[in-house]
Design a protein. Structure first.
Length: 298
């Protein structure tokens, strides 16, 4: 068995994707600090570390399942950890279980600091991690992602940071969760042809090409309308309208997706998942900055 460097093991977890999960928690923390105040930043940052560990475990578990089921092949775009033989399936499976063990330990320790409700929220995250591959193959992956990177992080962050669930945090969770799901949907739309060969049916297959393009545009553009419409009602600070400066990037991504006219057009959106991740990163950072700035100025 080949010996791998620490860097190779880290790369196998796809660390560039961790901003999606980390910023779901960070944006929720910023919203709670602005809307409520008195957040426990230690617990909040602990939650960031825990969700990143769950994310790493989920990435490697998904890679393992996709390779074993024939979804990922040498023809596939994206991850090459297994398709190019850089690691064996057993190595990636064991890495995933090891990461999951660390994630569970971090979650249980945080639960000991906060309360039993976190157990049920964490259990939901665990089920999302383990069940994502088979549910993705049955067109439910998008729902899992919205739950795992939108709903659950927001509610969990609220509980550990405040000691109770502040439901208003969902105002922030929705746009961030939709942008995270846009990353997945761009990936699944691009892979429609190869997924079909593997007898896998994602939501992209169920919607078809035109429906998938429309859904991606909604997930990419709606978050901006959401923020602008809610600012006058005091749900977000006026500083948040600065996020519209990113609308040009969102429109470019949407136009790029419209170049996907048939399942054979995968090359046209080969990197759209990466560009979608960039948009989610920038949107979350701008929203976080606007919330913290207004908190500081008050």
């Amino acid at each position: 068995m080949a010996k791998h460097s620490l860097k190779a093991w880290i790369v196998a977890t796809r660390p560039w994707s961790f901003t999606a999960s980390a910023l779901s928690v960070i944006a929720s923390l910023a919203f709670l600090a602005w809307a409520v105040g008195g957040v426990d930043w230690t617990n909040g940052l602990w939650a960031v570390g825990a969700i990143v560990l769950f994310h790493a475990a989920g990435n490697t578990w998904s890679d393992y399942c996709d390779f074993r089921s024939g979804v990922d092949t040498a023809e596939s775009y994206g991850v090459v950890t297994l398709t190019q033989g850089l690691f064996t399936p057993v190595e990636i499976r064991n890495l995933s279980f090891g990461l999951l063990g660390f994630a569970l330990a971090a979650g249980l320790a945080l639960m000991a600091r906060t309360g039993l409700l976190l157990f049920w929220i964490g259990l939901g995250g665990l089920l999302c991690t383990l069940c994502y591959p088979p549910l993705k193959y049955r067109a439910l992956g998008d729902l899992v992602i919205l739950t795992a990177y939108g709903l659950l992080p927001a509610l969990g962050t609220s509980f550990v940071a405040l000691g109770y669930v502040e439901w208003r945090v969902l105002w922030m969770a929705l746009p961030v969760g939709l942008l995270v799901d846009a990353i997945l949907h761009a990936n699944n739309t691009r892979d429609m042809r190869t997924d079909r060969r593997a007898a896998v049916k994602t939501l992209a297959h169920g919607l078809g090409v035109r429906g998938s393009v429309a859904l991606y545009s909604f997930e990419t553009l709606f978050p901006f309308a959401w923020v602008v419409l809610l600012v006058p009602f005091g749900i977000f600070p006026w500083w948040s309208v600065v996020v519209v400066a990113l609308l040009g990037l969102a429109l470019r991504n949407s136009r790029a997706m419209r170049a996907f006219r048939t399942e054979e057009d995968a090359a046209a959106i080969a990197t759209l998942d990466q560009r979608s991740a960039q948009l989610q990163l920038l949107f979350s950072l701008v929203m976080t900055a606007s919330l913290l700035l207004d908190t500081w100025l008050r």
